[in-house]
Design a protein around this ligand. Structure first.
Ligand code: SAM
Length: 428
C-alpha cells in the first residue's frame, strides 16, 4: 500500500517506538464486522442460526462479531435486517452511549447509518431518533438502511447542522457528531482516501469539524451528552479538537476519550470523545403537526384491522400525495429540514385503495396475521422478484425468511405476487 510519506512521518513522530507495529498493521487484511440488529433478533438466537462462521465478539459486546465471510451482504438474513455490516472499531462508538438511556437522540452526520442503526437498537423502540445527513443522495442510503433494520421511532432528514441548531436549541439528551474527517483509518477500505490525504486536508477537516461541533453543542439539553467521533488519527481532528472545544465551551466537560489504533485494537481505527453538558435548560420545540386526512385514514385502518391482530401505536400522518406515515409519540416539528421518512411509511392511498409500503412490512411484518414463511433457498427466489406458488388466504401477506419479514406479497388463488420494490431486487 502506497501511503503518503508526510502521513507516515507524522505517525512516526506521534507513535515513536509503536510506529513499526502501526505500520505492520497495513500488511494484514482489513477486519470485518457484523452487528446483530437486536430490534429483530437476540444476539444469542442469531449466533445459533448464523449462516456463516462468526468470530469473537468485538470489544466484548455480545451483539458485535468479527467475520471473514466473503459476501455477507448477499444473505437473505441481511435483507431481512437481522444484521448490519460495520467496521469493528466503528461499532465501539455508539456503544459509548449505551448507559445513558437517552430518549431524544440526534445523529447529526448519519449516512450510511452504521451508528444511527446501532443507536436505534440501543434505544429498543423508546424515545425518538433523528437521523440527519446533509448530503441528500447519502441520506437516501441512510433511509434504506433504517427501513431494512425496521426502525419505527426514527425520522430520516437532510439539513445542515446550522439549520438544525436554529430549530433545536437545548433539546437532545444525546447528539452524535460522527464528523467527516481525513479518514486515516479508512486507507485499507477505501483506497481513494490515500491520494486525497494531505496535511492541508487535515486542516480543512479540522475547521469543518470545529463548525459542526459548535452547532452540535447548541442542541444538547442541560445534563445531556455530546459524542464526537472520527475515523482518523490526526491530532488536529481528535485530541486537539477536543481541547479546543472545551476551551470554547465551558458548559461541557470531557467524560471519556478513546483512541483506537489498528496495532492496539482489532479494527481499522477510530477516535471518540464523550462530553457532558452541565445541568441547564431543556427546551421543547412544537410537536410534529400531524395532518389528518379522514378518508385516507379510514382506508388505512380497514387494512390495519385485516392485517394486524392489534392496532399499531402512533399517529397517522398523510401527505398531500396520499403517502401515509406512522409518527411515533414525541416526534418534534421538523420543518426546515428535508424529510425523507417520519416514523414508518405505512403506504399510499390513491383516493380509492390503500396500498401498504415495503417499510411497513420491515418494521411490523412479524406481527402480521398472514405470513408466508420461506426457507432460505425460497427466500432467494422472492429476493429475485419471482412469484411464489405457495400462498395462503387471498390478500396481502408478509413474506418472511423463516419468521423474519423480507417484504410484502399479495396472494391470489394460492399464488403470491411479489411486491418487493424493484430497486431492492437481486439480479439473477
Ligand atoms: N455516522 C455514519 C455511520 O456510522 O455510518 C458515518 C458518517 S461519515 C463519517 C460523515 C458524514 O458527514 C458523511 O455522510 C458526510 O456526507 C457528512 N458531512 C459532510 N460534510 C458535512 C457538514 N459540513 N456537516 C455535517 N455533515 C457533513
Amino acid at each position: 500500500m502506497n501511503l503518503p510519506q508526510a502521513f507516515l512521518d507524522r505517525m512516526k513522530e506521534r507513535l515513536g517506538r509503536d510506529f513499526p507495529a502501526f505500520l505492520a498493521s497495513y500488511e494484514r487484511l482489513p477486519y470485518k464486522g457484523l452487528r446483530v440488529n437486536t430490534l429483530k433478533i437476540s444476539a444469542e438466537e442469531f449466533a445459533r442460526r448464523a449462516p456463516f462462521p462468526l468470530g469473537g465478539n468485538v470489544g466484548g459486546d455480545p451483539a458485535c462479531f468479527y467475520i471473514e465471510e466473503e459476501k455477507p451482504g448477499a444473505d437473505p438474513y441481511h435483507f431481512a435486517g437481522l444484521y448490519y455490516l460495520q467496521e469493528p472499531s466503528a461499532m465501539t462508538v455508539a456503544a459509548e452511549a449505551k448507559g445513558y438511556g437517552a430518549k431524544r437522540v440526534l445523529d447529526l452526520c448519519a449516512a450510511p447509518g452504521g451508528k444511527a442503526t446501532q443507536l436505534a437498537a440501543q434505544m429498543a423502540g423508546e424515545g425518538v431518533l433523528i437521523a440527519n445527513e446533509v448530503n441528500y443522495a447519502r441520506a437516501k442510503i441512510l433511509l434504506q438502511n433504517a427501513e431494512r433494520m425496521g426502525i419505527a421511532n426514527c425520522a430520516v432528514i437532510s439539513a445542515s447542522p446550522e439549520t438544525l441548531a436554529a430549530r433545536f436549541p437545548s433539546y437532545f439528551d444525546l447528539v452524535l457528531a460522527d464528523a467527516p474527517c481525513s479518514g486515516e483509518g479508512m486507507f485499507k477500505k477505501e483506497e481513494n482516501a490515500i491520494p486525497e490525504w494531505s496535511a492541508e486536508n487535515v486542516l480543512r477537516c479540522a475547521v469543518r469539524q470545529r463548525a459542526i461541533l459548535d452547532e452540535a453543542a447548541k442542541m444538547v439539553a442541560g445534563g445531556g451528552r455530546l459524542l464526537y467521533s472520527t475515523c482518523t488519527f490526526a491530532e488536529e481532528e481528535d485530541e486537539w479538537q477536543v481541547e479546543d472545544f472545551l476551551a470554547r465551551h465551558p458548559e461541557f466537560r470531557l467524560e471519556r476519550m478513546q483512541k483506537r489504533y489498528p496495532h492496539e485494537f482489532a479494527g481499522e481505527g477510530h477516535f471518540c470523545a464523550v462530553f457532558a453538558k452541565q445541568d441547564g435548560e431543556t427546551l421543547s420545540p412544537k410537536p410534529f403537526p400531524v395532518r389528518k386526512q379522514r378518508e385516507a385514514e379510514r382506508a388505512f385502518h380497514a387494512f390495519e384491522e385485516a392485517f394486524f391482530p392489534e392496532p399499531l401505536q402512533g399517529a397517522v400522518h398523510t401527505l398531500a400525495d396520499g403517502r401515509m406515515y406512522l409518527v411515533p409519540a414525541g416526534m418534534p416539528d421538523l420543518s426546515g429540514a428535508s424529510i425523507l421518512r417520519l416514523g414508518v411509511e405505512l403506504g399510499e392511498w390513491d383516493g380509492k385503495l390503500f396500498k401498504p409500503a415495503h417499510a411497513l412490512a420491515m418494521a411490523f411484518g412479524a406481527r402480521a396475521k398472514s405470513k408466508i414463511s420461506l426457507t432460505r433457498g425460497e427466500a432467494r427466489q422472492y429476493l429475485r422478484g419471482e412469484t411464489l406458488s405457495r400462498g395462503g388466504p387471498d390478500g396481502w401477506c408478509a413474506v418472511c425468511v423463516e419468521e423474519f419479514p423480507l417484504g410484502l406479497g399479495k396472494c391470489v388463488d394460492g399464488i403470491v405476487k411479489n411486491h418487493l420494490p424493484k430497486g431492492l431486487r437481486q439480479v439473477k
